[in-house]
Design a protein. Structure first.
Length: 75
């Protein structure tokens, strides 16, 4: 498992962050218990299995929802 931190555009409401968190948790290869969405900093922390999903795939899911990923990093 790899750990990642995804920095999003500044979000205007907590509901948006909840929607993103729920969508990420549904992805195959995500450690659902590790997903932590931090509203006041617009950051999502998570662990994922690189054999099943890439960081780019996770970013793509978020972008397809209409939210912008500013940067991400494997930590």
């Amino acid at each position: 498992m790899k750990s990642a931190k995804i920095h999003l555009e500044t979000l205007g409401c907590p509901l948006c962050m909840q929607k993103i968190e729920a969508a990420v948790k549904k992805l195959d290869g995500i450690d659902k218990e590790s997903v932590e969405a931090i509203y006041h900093t617009s950051i999502i922390k998570l662990k994922f299995d690189e054999g099943k999903i890439s960081l780019g795939d996770i970013e793509g899911t978020i972008n397809s929802m209409g939210f912008e990923v500013n940067k991400s990093q494997i930590t």
